[in-house]
Design a protein around this ligand. Structure first.
Ligand SMILES: Nc1nc2c(ncn2[C@@H]2O[C@H](COP(=O)(O)OP(=O)(O)OP(=O)(O)O)[C@@H](O)[C@H]2O)c(=O)[nH]1
Length: 685
């Protein structure tokens, strides 16, 4: 215990300076304040008394088909009968499964509805088994304060609970912080065997700094390796969470789930808005629906809003009429009205993302109101060019991006062009997984085939005349910038790494190879170590996490947040095919790594570029100095080479396939580059 306390007091010091760093410190500064929030949070009641609760399905048995407007009567839910909470956790600790169980428990979805992780609605989420988009669901729940069952004839009170399931991966923590704006409390879910991991720490501080009530939930207690007592000790040592406040659950078997919603009602405060004040609505999220146009998710902070009302946007000044309004129960369920503290959706004829600004305040056009604080803008960590695989599909890609950014407003988009790839877009993403997911969604949801260029982080180059240039596209940097550049700056991150102690040596080696600087080292318990590093962002965007995982047999967890820029020795590395620069493959690297990266790039390209009718020379160069070179000898790839005999249909199929493949080729000078080559080099740089 002595050790835990030491770790905590260390954190206390770092938290006193309210820098970004503080979010990842192992324990909060003000234990008293935290403790009060954790046990009571202003929501009334400290430790809950395990009431058995009765819930009837009176409000919840609507299927989508038989819903009529106002089938759900929201007027019975004044703010004191509303709880807005979010489920936050490290990746795979069971948020979505727990959300499923709570939806079942309240009759919002049928048990065994046939699709696990109900709120993970996107194809990409189901395929990857991860949540990338926060989802809200409204549940109705009859609660008895005395712990007596409804069916025994005891009086119950109906509560409206808004649950937000959030992503766990670090790239999507922006979704988490936005979701928290609509909540007064969170369920902090921790795996009973894995314990506190890096995103547990990050998410805890997001909730703590937002002043939310935190209910710790130790999940997966059915696992043979579950050790809830050890996890309670970790929660105590790292976050000063009282062990007796922790709920023990298994979202898989249902064990302990009956305590969750009563704890939400008892410990989390109702939304604080004023019913009699003019309407102020926070725009939380939006997506595009082919039939209805833009659907906005909103939280009504003050006042009431009804179908037919005229509303205005504080951000754009545009006015709209509310055409449809309701709650997500869990599908869109019209209610005709949303009251103070309620979270729901509106349809108002907005047509694009430019109109639906996340974090905007919506209000009745007849009033003037003070806009709500909104959200911090998303910080883009990596930039990459997105181009149509077939140059003529630019308009298709343009349309797809326009629609998708409506659902994912955290991407920045501007038009650019490349000699190799034609017209396209420069996009800023929150991380590589985010970039990957964005591509996948463009293809799956909008049928747009894209080629992306080498991702880069935003560097700053300072010139001798004192001017500074932020470079999001290496191609725009002169090939020999050194002549005029006085200082180069690169972005850094503060990384949190949690690992079993036996892997400490290899992880320290990895971090020093990646130019990391250790900031903190402490023990979470006798088996696990918590480390903080300052690392150049560039060193972690590609493959750092995979390497960390493989070095630690999958036991490491990792999270980061952006920090300051640091001076660095950077060069631009060009790729040339038969002497011609491929602008889309240019990259900026640290001088010490330029040679290695150059060699790996040309080797990769050699593997992926097919032999053609002429010799192809692939070179990596810094300015005029070639640092690596490969040659592909001449010959046309004959796809029919293995087709002996005369099966014409098979030959035709192969030729068709080759033709299809050619569509996805990009021509630089006379050299055809397949799409995969662009994808593969992402893994090197
Ligand atoms: N044994 C056991 N497995 C569970 C439990 N809860 C969830 N799981 C499993 O853990 C895995 C991850 O669960 P999810 O609910 O997708 O986790 P998540 O936290 O939502 O994951 P992300 O959205 O990717 O962050 C799935 O295979 C679940 O079936 C539990 O209580 N016990």
């Amino acid at each position: 215990m002595g050790y835990y306390r030491r770790a905590s007091s260390h954190a206390l010091r770092s938290l006193k300076c309210p820098s970004l760093l503080s979010r990842l410190s192992p324990a909060p500064a003000n234990f008293d304040l935290l403790h009060r929030r954790l046990i009571g949070g202003g929501g009334g009641g400290g430790a809950f008394s395990s009431p058995s609760f009765g819930f009837s399905h009176g409000f919840c048995s609507h299927s989508r088909s038989n819903l009529k407007e106002s089938a759900v009567d929201l007027s019975q839910y004044p703010p004191e009968r509303i709880r807005n909470f979010s489920i936050i956790a490290h990746v795979d600790h069971g948020k979505s499964t727990l959300a499923d169980r709570l939806l079942e428990l309240t009759g919002t979805i049928k048990k065994g509805h046939g699709q696990p992780q109900y709120l993970d609605k996107l194809q990409v989420e189901r395929e990857r088994g991860i949540t990338v988009k926060a989802q809200t669901a409204t549940m109705f729940y009859n609660y008895n304060h005395d712990g007596l069952k409804a069916e025994e004839g005891h009086e119950t009170q109906a509560f409206l609970l808004n649950l937000v399931d959030t992503p766990g991966h670090v790239d999507f923590s922006y979704e988490v912080s936005r979701s928290l704006a609509a909540c007064q409390g969170v369920l902090l879910v921790v795996d009973a065997a894995q314990g506190v991991q890096a995103q547990t720490v990050a998410n805890f501080y997001l909730a703590f700094e937002s002043g939310l009530t935190i209910i710790p939930v130790i999940n997966k207690i059915d696992q043979p390796t579950a050790d809830p007592e050890r996890i309670k000790a970790q929660l105590m040592s790292m976050f000063d969470l009282d062990p007796s406040d922790a709920l023990l659950t298994s979202a898989k078997t249902g064990q302990g789930l009956e305590q969750v919603l009563p704890a939400v009602i008892q410990r989390i405060a109702p939304p604080p808005g004023k019913s009699n004040s003019p309407l102020r609505m926070l725009l939380l999220d939006s997506y595009y629906d082919e039939y209805k146009g833009v659907i906005c998710h909103v939280a009504v902070v003050d006042g009431t809003v009804r179908k037919g009302d005229k509303i205005s946007s504080a951000g754009t000044g545009h006015s709209y009429e509310i055409l449809d309004i309701g709650v997500m129960h869990p599908e869109l369920t019209p209610t005709g009205v949303l009251l103070t503290g309620q979270v729901g959706y509106i349809v108002s004829g907005m047509r694009s993302t430019k109109e639906a600004r996340i974090g905007d305040t919506l209000y009745h056009s007849r009033n003037t109101v003070e806009p709500l604080p909104g959200f911090k803008p998303a910080k883009h960590m990596v930039f990459s060019g997105l181009y149509p695989a077939d140059g003529s599909d630019f308009e298709v890609l343009n349309h797809a991006i326009e629609r998708l950014t409506c659902n994912d407003a955290s991407v920045s988009i501007s038009k650019e062009s490349s000699t190799a790839l034609g017209l396209g877009f420069r996009c800023g993403f929150l991380g590589l997984l985010h970039m990957d997911v964005f591509h996948q969604r463009l293809e799956q949801e909008y049928g747009a085939h894209v080629i992306s260029t080498v991702p880069t982080v935003p560097y700053i180059f300072e010139y001798s005349d004192g001017s500074k240039l932020e470079v999001q596209n290496p191609a725009l940097l002169p090939s020999n910038p050194k002549s005029r550049v006085t200082v180069c700056w690169e972005p850094t991150v503060i990384a949190t790494i949690i690992i079993p102690s036996e892997y400490v040596g290899s992880v320290i080696t990895l971090c020093s190879e990646r130019r990391g600087q250790q900031l903190e080292y402490s023990f979470i318990d006798s088996q696990r170590v918590f480390m903080k590093y300052r690392l150049p962002l560039r060193e972690i965007v590609v493959d750092f996490y995979n390497e960390l995982k493989s070095l630690t047999s999958g036991y490491a967890s990792f999270d980061y947040e952006d920090a300051d820029y640091q001076q660095s020795d950077l060069v631009k590395l060009d790729i040339l095919l038969n002497g011609q620069t491929v602008d889309a493959m240019a990259t900026i690297v640290h001088t010490l790594k330029a040679q290695r990266v150059g060699r790996e790039l040309v080797e990769k390209l050699k593997k992926f570029i097919d032999r053609q009718m002429f010799e192809i020379i692939i070179q990596a160069a810094i300015g005029s100095k070639v640092v690596a070179r490969e040659t592909i000898s001449a010959m046309r790839k004959n796809v029919l080479a293995k087709c002996y005999g005369g099966d014409v249909t098979r030959k035709r199929k192969l030729l068709e396939k080759q033709k299809e493949g050619k569509k996805r080729m990009k021509r630089v000078g006379s050299v055809d580059i397949p799409q995969e080559a662009f994808h593969e080099i992402l893994k090197v740089v």
